[in-house]
Structures are given as C-alpha cells and as structure tokens.
Design a protein around this ligand. Structure first.
Ligand SMILES: Nc1ncnc2c1ncn2[C@@H]1O[C@H](COP(=O)(O)OP(=O)(O)OP(=O)(O)O)[C@@H](O)[C@H]1O
Length: 487
C-alpha cells in the first residue's frame, strides 16, 4: 500500500525585490524547513494554494509611498488570520504592514544603513521571554520609518536612533523586523529566525531531501504514461546527470540519454563521463562521436559568438536525429525532455515587481543548448526546479552519484572552443590545451588562494612538459565568462 506523503510545513516568501530574498529562502531551508519564493504581487489564490504555515514579506528597494509601490493582495491579512498563518515583515515588509493596516510610515530624518544597535524594549514573542534590555547589532538598510503603529501593535525593539526596529501584534500573529535577520552582519539574526519559526509559529523541521526525491518520483510517474519515452541530453555536468539519474529511478529504461562528443571535450572526458554514466549510475546512454562534424563546421571561425551558435545548431541537429532513431525503434516519438533547470533559473525568470526586469513566467531555455526545434514538441520534465545547486549535490549523493563527479567544476557546452583563441582547428591547439589544463579535481578555481610558489610550479610544469605552450596566464576576473571561459 502506498504511504501518503505528508506535505512539509511551508514558509512562503513574498518577494518585493530585496537582494536578500533568496538568502532568506536558503537560510530557512538550511533549518530543514521547506521555503518557496513568490512574487510579492501574487494573487491570494496563488498564495493560499501553497498552504503556507508562515508568510514572510521581504524587503525591497521601494518606498511604500511610491505610486507603483508593490504590495500584498487585498484580503491577505484576513486570509492569514482565518487560517492561522503567521506573518513576518522584514524591512519594506514591515513598512507595508504598518501602512496597509492603518499606521503611518514617513521618510526618516536620517537613513539607517549598515550596522546598527537595537535594544529590546518589552517582553515579546518575536525575541522570546526575558530579553528586555538586551542589545544586539543588526544590519539595516532603509530610508522610510514607521512612526505610528496600527491599532493593536506594539514596538518591541528600537534602534539607537529611537526608530522602530521590531513590532508585533500577538493576537493577529503579525510581526515585523526593520532589519535583515538573514544576513551574517546581524549576528543574532539566525537565532531570532529560528526562535520565530519553531517557538512562535510552531513550524516543524521536517523537510528532507529524501522526501522531496520520493515526491518527484511520484510526480514523474504520474506525468509519463507507461508507454511513453523520455530523452535527456547529458553534458557530463552535475545538473543534467542528477536530473537523469532521478528520472531513471522513476521510469527506468524508458529514459534515453545522449552524450555528444563534439571534439571540444577535455582530456579523456568522454571515457570518464561514460564510465560514470554506465558503470556507476547504470544510465541508458548513447554516446555519439560527432567531433568531425563539429570541427568541420568550426573550421576558420574565429568569433566566439559565432562559434557558440554553430555549436548550438549542431547539437540540435544531433538531438533531432537521436529522437528520430528512437521513434523508429519504439514506434513512438519521445514525448518528454528532461532538463536540469535549477531554482535560481526559475526565480530569475519571474523577477520581482519594480525591478527593471520583466516577468516572463517562462523558464530560461538556455539549458538545452540553443533550444530544441519547436516541431519536436517535447514536454519538459524539470525535477530539480525547486533546488539550489548545493541541494542538487545533496540529492546527487542520495542517488549515489560519485562525490568526485558532484564536485566537478562547470564546463559549459561550447567546451574548449571558447578556451582557444581564434580558429580551434588550427594546428594542434585543442590537443595542446587538453594536455595543459587537465586538473584531477577540477576544483581549484579560487585564484586568490594560489600562492606565488604554487603558480610558479604550475607554470614551469606546463611549459616544460607540454610541447607548444610557452606562456601560462591566470585570469583573475571574477565575472563570467572570465571565470570559466577564455573568450
Ligand atoms: N556534450 C553534450 N552532450 C549532450 N548534451 C549536452 C552536452 N553539452 C551540453 N549538453 C546539454 O545542454 C545543457 C546545457 O549545457 P550547459 O553546459 O550549459 O549545462 P549546465 O546548465 O551547466 O548543466 P549541467 O550541470 O548539466 O552541465 C546540459 O544540461 C545538457 O542537457
């Protein structure tokens, strides 16, 4: 008999555009509590559909007085009260609560920005018993300030400048912090968040990766009918590998993976990843050696963007061919495509109100190298779309993906093509590069950790042992693509 899965307690974050919103989510998940981000202007139906125990209203760059200031929907406070949901406003979230419930927020005389000292002024739920008089340093970042609280609310902490730093209305289960408890510059912030979630709201720390995995497997089994087939393009990277392993656990060999050797892979890459796919993970993988095809199209091409486009197009041709072969073999077109979309991609596609990015409501398609042809009409399976990268690694560990593999450094699709300046087919550039950059763990990316002695040794070793290399350069730019590609 199937055991019913209990939904974990959910903490919903309504995002009003703070740069720290995702940090709150991650901090809460690190306490084994499931947490999700929704746009701050989501409808009440969207909010209530998640059945949250707690709703946190995030900070944001706006003033509540701005004409287009984003806010929670009408009826939200009544819905929360009627359903026993606790509400916590952080920074802008606190000001929204004050303004919407009949208090007064004004532009502060002096802005509070950076580290501030606050003092607990009375017995409160949000800080816990016996804390009156306690001082703590917190991180603030606001211009407006609450000067008159709505009926039934109390100031429970004040900043050194006398501004409201925390408030609550126990009866209505509504709380507010004018500072950011989620950042490390508020040293007692996590303690306050923990106390709030567990002691005040009674949330259970019952979110486990194993549960999420079982839940995903059920969803995949429900989505993919017993006679349907699924394809997945494996890059040898963490995301597609973990996604494929999970789908394989759900539907077995109705999953068909393809790994393309485009002639631009690292030293012994093909052997290494195929070994992991087949020997360790038992994934059904077709390895297509298309190196000649790719390299012939790249001959004479020097512009990196053109290289990327050519590579993307070739990938698509090969995936298309693979799907046709599968149709011939199984008498049915594959209906689904597995993609390793992660939560940051999902969030990025639905930016908060008031930012200069627009809502797209669609997830970025960069995960399938240039996008698959529209006429393939594949439906997407994105089993990692609620996870952050470190959580994907944890899921990978549970699925027995070798740890060394999970720690690999990202190596995007265009591969060595954008690590060789100019025409990649000239001379033996690819071979020289393969010999020169191979690193066993592929993890040594923190340039500032390298000591001069180490750099000196590496440079000597490469120049002395790899014929064709006469200069070793380290790029210290910390912004992609410099962190990972040369051009
Ligand atoms: N050599 C390859 N063979 C087959 N598919 C590939 C190959 N390289 C990339 N892909 C596909 O394109 C997707 C995007 O490639 P990219 O290198 O940007 O990966 P990513 O987003 O970092 O994810 P991953 O961790 O899976 O590599 C991969 O997830 C994979 O589905």
């Amino acid at each position: 008999m199937e055991t019913p899965t209990m939904k974990p307690d959910t903490v919903l974050i309504l995002d009003f555009g703070s740069q720290y919103t995702h940090l709150i989510t991650r901090r809460i998940r690190s306490l084994n509590v499931f947490s999700l981000v929704l746009s701050g202007t989501s409808s009440l139906t969207q909010i209530s559909s998640h059945n949250p125990r707690v709703v946190i209203l995030s900070g944001g760059p706006h003033s509540v007085h701005a004409p287009d200031a984003p806010s929670f929907p009408d009826g939200f406070v009544e819905w929360a009260a009627g359903n026993g949901v606790h509400v916590l406003g952080i920074c802008y979230g606190l000001q929204l609560i004050v303004q919407r419930l009949g208090g007064v927020v004004v532009e502060g005389e002096s802005k509070e920005y950076g580290k501030m000292e606050i003092e607990v002024k009375r017995e409160s739920e949000v800080f816990g018993k016996g804390r009156v008089g306690e001082k703590q340093v917190v991180w603030m970042s606001h211009g407006d300030e609450a000067v008159k609280l709505p009926h039934g609310f109390e100031v429970v902490a004040q900043s050194a400048q006398g501004a409201v730093a925390a408030l609550e209305n126990r009866e209505r289960r509504i709380y507010g912090l004018q500072y950011h408890p989620e950042v490390t510059h508020s040293p007692k912030g996590m303690e306050t968040l923990k106390h709030f979630l567990f002691d005040v709201c009674g949330v259970s720390a019952d979110w486990k990766m194993e549960d999420l995995m079982e839940e995903e497997i059920k969803v995949i089994n429900k989505t993919v009918a017993a006679d349907e087939h699924v394809i997945c393009a494996l890059s040898g990277g963490v995301d597609s590998t973990v996604a494929a392993t999970l789908v394989h656990k759900a539907i077995g060999d109705r999953l068909h993976c393809i790994f393309v050797d485009n002639g631009l892979l690292r030293y012994k890459e093909q052997e290494r990843v195929m070994d992991t796919f087949e020997r360790d993970l038992h994934l059904p993988v077709t390895c297509v050696d298309a190196s000649e095809q790719f390299l012939s199209h790249l001959k004479g091409v020097v512009d990196p963007e053109t290289k990327r486009k050519i590579i993307g197009k070739e990938f698509i041709n090969i995936f298309d061919e693979f799907a046709k072969e599968l149709e011939k073999k199984h008498g049915k077109k594959p209906a689904f495509l597995v993609q390793g979309t992660l939560y940051p991609d999902v969030i990025e596609s639905c930016p908060p109100p008031g930012t200069d990015r627009t809502h797209s409501h669609t997830i970025k398609s960069h995960h399938n190298v240039g996008g698959l042809p529209k006429d393939m009409k594949l439906k997407l399976i994105e089993p990692l779309k609620l996870l952050f990268k470190d959580e994907v690694r944890e899921l990978g560990r549970i699925l027995n993906v070798p740890v060394g593999f999970l720690k690999r450094h990202p190596f995007p699709g265009p591969g060595l093509a954008v690590r060789v300046l100019g025409d990649v087919t000239q001379g033996n550039a690819l071979e020289v590069l393969r010999q020169a950059i191979t690193s066993q763990d592929g993890m040594t990316a923190d340039w500032f950790n390298f000591e001069h002695k180490f750099l000196d040794d590496v440079s000597r070793k490469i120049c002395n042992s790899v014929q064709g290399v006469n200069r070793v350069v380290q790029d210290i730019t910390s912004k992609p693509p410099s962190t990972i590609e040369w051009e």
